[in-house]
Design a protein around this ligand. Structure first.
Ligand code: NAI
Ligand SMILES: O=C(O)C1=N[C@H](C(=O)O)C[C@H](O)C1
Length: 237
C-alpha cells in the first residue's frame, strides 16, 4: 500500500516504522501546508493524518478532492468535523477519524460505556475524567477524554456535557495534566463518601496508536464512506 503521512512528528515517525514492517511504502511525508506538495500527480492509496489542529481540515479535505482515502488521528480540530464529512461524501471518498486508534483504548471505551450504564442513577457517586499527556500536546482536554465524556453523557441522564476543570452539576469535569514524556493516560472515576471506582488506560508507548492507525488504513484502502474505529475492529476481532 502506498501511504502519504500528513504530519511527520512523533506519531508520523512511529507509523512509518510500523507501516514499513507490514510491507507498505511511504510515498510522501508532509510537514507543512498540503498546497506545497503536488499530490495530484502522485499515486497514493491512503493518507494518514497525525499533524496539528490548525492543519488537519485543509489537508484531509484536499485528499478527498484528489480521491485519496484518509485516516485521521489529529485531535483538537473537531469543530470542522461535520464539514469534512460533507466534503468526503460529495467527493465520494473515504474517511475514518478516531480520537484514539489504540485497540486497548477502544476496549477501554466499551468498558467505559458499560460502567456508565451501571452507574446511571447512582447519585451518591460523582464522575470525573483525568487525562495525562506529554508537555508538547497542543490541545486540552485530549480527544480521548472528550470521547469518554461523550460516551458517559449518552448513558447518564443527569449529565449533558463536559467541562475542563470546574463543571456544573450537569457537566462531567475533565482534568488535564501535562507531564514530560507521558504518551497518554486516561482515568474515569466515580467517587462517593464510602468508596471509589476507577477504570484506567495507560499507554506505555505510541506503538498502540500507530498500529491501530495502520490497521485502519489497510481496512479503509478500497472503501467509500464515513467509518469509525469500531467498524474496523468489529470486522477484525
Ligand atoms: N488518534 C490517536 O490515536 C492519536 C492522536 N494523536 C494526535 O495526533 C496529532 C499529532 O501528534 P504527535 O505526532 O505527537 O505531534 P507532533 O507535534 O510530534 O507532530 C506533528 C507534526 O505535524 C507537522 N505539521 C505542522 N504543520 C503542518 C501542516 N500544515 N501540515 C502537515 N503537517 C504539519 C509538524 O511538523 C510535526 O511534524 C496530535 O493532534 C495528537 O493529539 C496522537 C497520538 C494518538
Ligand atoms: O497528543 C497525544 O499524544 C495523544 N493524543 C490523543 C488524544 O488527544 O486523545 C490520543 C493519545 O492519548 C495521545
Amino acid at each position: 500500500m502506498k501511504i502519504a503521512l500528513l504530519g511527520y512528528g512523533k506519531m508520523g515517525k512511529t507509523i512509518e516504522e510500523i507501516a514499513l514492517n507490514r510491507d507498505h511504502e511511504i510515498v510522501l511525508k508532509i510537514e507543512e501546508d498540503i498546497d506545497t506538495y503536488e499530490i495530484d500527480k502522485m499515486e497514493i492509496d491512503v493518507a494518514i493524518d497525525f499533524s496539528v489542529p490548525k492543519a488537519a481540515f485543509k489537508n484531509i479535505t484536499t485528499c478527498f478532492k484528489n480521491n485519496i482515502p484518509v485516516v485521521c488521528g489529529t485531535t483538537g480540530w473537531l469543530d470542522d468535523y461535520e464539514k469534512a464529512v460533507e466534503i468526503c461524501k460529495k467527493e465520494d471518498s473515504a474517511f475514518i477519524y478516531a480520537s484514539n486508534f489504540s485497540v486497548g483504548v477502544n476496549l477501554f471505551f466499551e468498558l467505559n460505556k458499560k460502567l456508565a450504564k451501571m452507574m446511571n442513577g447512582m447519585d451518591d457517586y460523582a464522575v470525573e475524567i483525568e487525562e495525562i499527556h506529554h508537555t508538547q500536546k497542543q490541545d486540552a482536554p485530549s480527544g480521548t477524554a472528550i470521547s469518554l465524556a461523550q460516551q458517559i453523557v449518552t448513558e447518564n441522564v443527569k449529565k449533558n456535557s463536559w467541562q475542563l476543570d470546574h463543571a456544573a452539576a450537569d457537566e462531567i469535569p475533565i482534568k488535564a495534566k501535562r507531564i514530560e514524556d507521558v504518551p497518554g493516560t486516561h482515568t474515569v472515576s466515580y467517587k462517593s463518601k464510602i468508596d471509589s471506582i476507577e477504570i484506567m488506560h495507560t499507554a506505555n508507548s505510541r506503538q498502540g496508536f500507530a498500529l491501530g492507525a495502520v490497521i485502519a488504513a489497510e481496512w479503509l484502502k478500497d472503501k467509500k464512506g464515513i467509518f469509525t474505529m469500531q467498524d474496523v475492529l468489529s470486522s477484525q476481532f
